[in-house]
Design a protein around this ligand. Structure first.
Ligand SMILES: [Zn+2]
Length: 309
């Protein structure tokens, strides 16, 4: 019977255990979280990688030890680790929001640390937004269907299932030609993340937190309400580009900043941007951030990579 561990690194780390039930993979038992305090959003920024591997190994070992009946490492067939960055062929090619992991063979390095501690299951790494898409596909039993996910947080992630070779950095889609739009963490001009990401919003409104910007926008402050509209237009433009390249279908929105998302406003902008009738059958769905989905996706993707599921 397949069993796996799913680990997801975003602004924090969550990890959980998967097992097979009624021919579906499901997340079972408690999730582990670091840091335990959800208001602490910068605990991973600048953490040395050796410390991060050790922390991940501790979480993974704890989950394995909680596997019922068997506490042996042999009970877990795969370990999936989702990271906030571009992942190709096992290398984190870029990670604007977790700079220290850029360029690393993260999975191999973590495997080595785990092996020293007696854990031999293979480690598979993938992009964090792809893990959300994989989790949604797996939970709905639609592993054969195209699913796209935008994660709205410090950075803007774009995930898709089935995972396809490519870079897929949808959050860096160019959505404006205004040369002053240079707040993206990657340094590029005119990117979605440079408008929608938390870091970018803080750079734009030096005197206000993102929540204040949206609250002031609602209460009629002209500069803020103009920005709220821009924020939604940027996301609509990203969806429109994805639709024009990949076709309509379902888009999910998740992450901390769905609290700012007005789906009706988004749809209005998107309707104005996608006018070809064959492309208008898209749907938009807000998905409250749920650790279990991305943990499931990381684990399922790892099993798939081992051809174990
Ligand atoms: Zn960018």
């Amino acid at each position: 019977m397949a069993a796996a561990i799913g680990v997801v690194i975003t602004e924090h780390i969550v990890a959980g255990r998967l097992q097979e039930e009624n021919e579906q993979m499901v997340v079972v038992g408690e999730h582990l979280r670091f840091p335990a305090d959800p208001s602490e959003t910068e605990a991973l920024i600048g953490m040395p990688t050796s410390e991060m591997y050790e922390l991940l190994a501790q979480l993974i070992k704890r989950l394995i030890s909680e596997t019922p009946d068997r506490g042996a490492t042999g009970s877990v067939t795969a370990i999936g680790v989702a990271v906030p960055g571009v992942v190709r062929n096992g290398v984190v090619q870029d990670a604007p929001n977790l700079a220290q992991i850029k360029g690393l063979r993260f999975g191999e390095a973590l495997s080595a640390v785990l092996r020293e501690q007696g854990v031999h299951a293979p480690v598979h790494i993938l992009n964090d937004a792809d893990a959300v898409a994989a989790g949604l596909a797996s939970r709905g039993g639609h592993l054969d269907r195209l699913i796209r996910v935008w994660t709205l947080g410090n950075g803007i992630g774009y995930g898709r299932w089935p995972i396809a070779d490519g870079v897929w950095e949808g959050g860096h889609t160019v959505v404006t030609l205004d040369p002053r739009e240079r707040f993206c963490g990657c340094g590029g001009v005119g990117h979605i993340e440079g408008i929608m990401g938390n870091r970018a919003m803080r750079l734009r409104f030096m005197d206000m937190e993102p929540e204040d910007v949206f609250a002031n926008g609602k209460s009629g402050d002209a500069r803020c309400s103009e920005f709220v509209d821009l924020w939604h237009r940027a996301l609509a433009a990203g969806c429109a580009t994805a639709i024009h390249l990949g076709g309509p279908g379902r888009f999910y929105f998740t992450g901390l900043n769905i609290r700012f998302l007005d789906i009706k406003l988004l749809r209005e902008h998107l309707d104005a941007m996608v006018r070809m009738s064959l492309l208008q059958s898209y749907s938009l769905e807000v998905l409250p951030a749920e650790d279990a989905i991305s943990i499931l996706g990381a684990g399922v993707a790892a099993l798939r990579a081992q051809q174990e599921w």
